[in-house]
Design a protein around this ligand. Structure first.
Ligand code: ADP
Length: 482
């Protein structure tokens, strides 16, 4: 079984969030199961690696010009799994303004790469597995000539291409004007075009949902939410229409990398038996580093992207005033747009027990997981969420909203705290409950910490589920494309 795994980020090379973690750990777990996986991602300027070998080039037309893309080969950190990095000026930076066009072009390059990848390039591949909107045009682009009914390339006929598309987050769909289609040199008739006040547009993710053989998402509950959304957009409609090819497979975490016993970033290593003392030491050192006074109250943490539609940062800021007389401290680590950062800085000013660190810093994130008693994940929606899984591994109880993967992984009063509706009042109530429990029932608290740390969120089970899916797909009688 040979899989080409295409992604826009990989932990260890370039990571913005959970997608980077998944794109590292899932291929590693798959290769442990005997699958031959190769990865492809753009070669951003920020990726600083040595040694990286240029192994060739490929040509693809974009905006009526023949573009040359250099292909470099490296390996996933600490493994022998090949990663192909595509270098082109359009892939230097990953910035919002131009990125939809750039990723459309990236997808075209991957389709080219796929078509001509023989043994030397890890191929021929049985399946191309695409992640999120950045790679969403690949199922359409591979075999595009079959789809427009022109001549069918030998390679396509013989390889019988199959594609899997995974939704890691439906909020970002890669919306762009129809100019992108023209730049790709494709007929508009292949796309699902719709009108907007700014003109005709397409969404790259929509095309993947239409053209990929199998659709997966990163938790069973999120898959259900996408299929049953009552006031859904066309993404939900397509998911509903194609629900027989939809699978929800929970993400895991890399248990080696996220391990309080061996984590080099934290002040004191610990395991389940030594969690109390270990946490106390980590807490002391984090408090010192962040200039928080010693306290008998629980330490809460929040780690995540600061944005306004998903992560529930607004609920947290609204909860500070009602909780002003409660004995706790809160550390927030996150990066976001200047507007959101400023708003957060202003709203925590009156509260000296709240510290906000505005950066992306994996070492600090690890220190927070190790020190915290509670990690807040009050998301409006959450496809899977890794933060609550990492938190449990480090003996920090996740306090989450019941949605998506959070609902699938945290059990109220057993491994964490769960509230239902997206209301600041409900978050406040749960935080109060956690603070009271911490002070008044340390026995139950430690039981919960133990239960959380014993949870198994390793990738093995999920990787097996992906492998079963791949096998089914490769074994399935291929229906004609188009
Ligand atoms: P997302 O929606 O961002 O993918 P996940 O919960 O799936 O959310 O994954 C977030 C990942 O990114 C976790 O590994 C978390 O530790 C990390 N992370 C998020 N924000 C930061 C930050 N500011 N500094 C360091 N790590 C961060």
């Amino acid at each position: 079984m040979r899989i080409l795994f295409v992604t826009s980020e990989i932990a260890g090379l370039y990571k913005l969030g959970g997608l980077g973690d998944v794109s590292f750990s899932l291929p590693v777990a798959l290769s442990r199961l005997g699958v031959q996986v190769s990865l492809v991602m753009p070669y951003y300027e920020k990726i600083t690696l040595a040694p990286v070998k240029c192994i060739g080039q490929l040509a693809a037309d974009f905006d009526r010009r023949r573009e040359i893309v250099f292909v470099f080969r490296t390996t996933l950190p600490r493994t022998r799994i090949p990663v192909y990095l595509f270098r082109h000026p359009l892939f230097n930076k990953y910035h919002a303004a131009a990125s939809v066009d750039n990723f459309a072009f990236f997808s075209k390059c991957v389709a080219e790469f796929y078509l001509y990848s023989g043994e030397k390039l890890g191929g021929p591949y049985d399946i191309v597995h695409c992640q999120d909107w950045h790679t969403a045009l690949i199922p359409l682009l591979i075999g595009e000539e079959c789809k427009v009914g022109k001549q069918i390339r030998e390679t396509l006929e013989s390889t019988r291409v199959r594609t899997v598309f995974t939704i890691h987050n439906h909020l970002y769909q890669g919306e762009t004007g129809v100019m992108t289609v023209l730049r790709l040199g494709l007929p508009l008739s292949l796309f699902h075009v719709y009108e907007t006040p700014r003109g005709r547009a397409i969404k790259l993710m929509r095309e993947a949902l239409e053209y990929a053989d199998i659709l997966t998402t990163v938790s069973p509950t999120y898959a259900r939410e996408l299929i049953t959304a009552e006031h859904g957009d066309e993404i939900n409609l397509v998911m509903k229409r194609r629900q027989e090819v939809v699978a929800g497979i929970l993400n895991g975490i890399d248990q080696n990398s996220w391990n309080p016993r061996s984590d080099r970033a934290i002040s004191a290593n610990y395991d389940l038996a030594g969690v109390r003392a270990g946490k106390a030491k980590n807490k002391k050192s984090l408090r010192q580093a962040l200039k928080l006074p010693a306290s008998a109250g629980p330490l809460f943490g929040f780690i995540g992207r600061l944005e306004s539609q998903q992560k529930g940062v607004d609920l947290i800021t609204k909860s500070l005033e009602p909780l002003v007389s409660s004995n706790f401290q809160l550390v927030i680590l996150g990066r976001g747009s200047p507007g959101i950062v400023k708003k957060l800085q202003d709203s925590i000013k009156p509260y000296p027990h709240v510290v906000f660190v505005n950066t992306f810093d994996e070492r600090l994130a690890r220190r927070i997981y190790a020190a915290a008693d509670v990690i807040l994940v009050p998301s409006k929606f959450e496809p899977c969420g890794l933060i609550q899984l990492i938190a449990m591994r480090y003996g920090a109880l996740p306090l989450v909203r019941k949605t998506g993967g959070l609902a699938d992984t945290v059990v109220n009063r057993r491994t964490g705290f769960v509230f239902k509706r997206y209301r600041a009042g409900e978050l406040v109530e749960k935080m109060r409950e956690a603070i009271t429990l911490y002070h008044e029932n340390p026995r139950l608290w430690q039981q919960m910490v133990g239960a959380a740390m014993r949870q198994d969120f390793s990738w093995d089970r999920s990787a097996q589920a992906y492998l079963d899916l791949y096998r089914k797909l490769v074994g399935a009688k291929k229906t004609e494309i188009g």
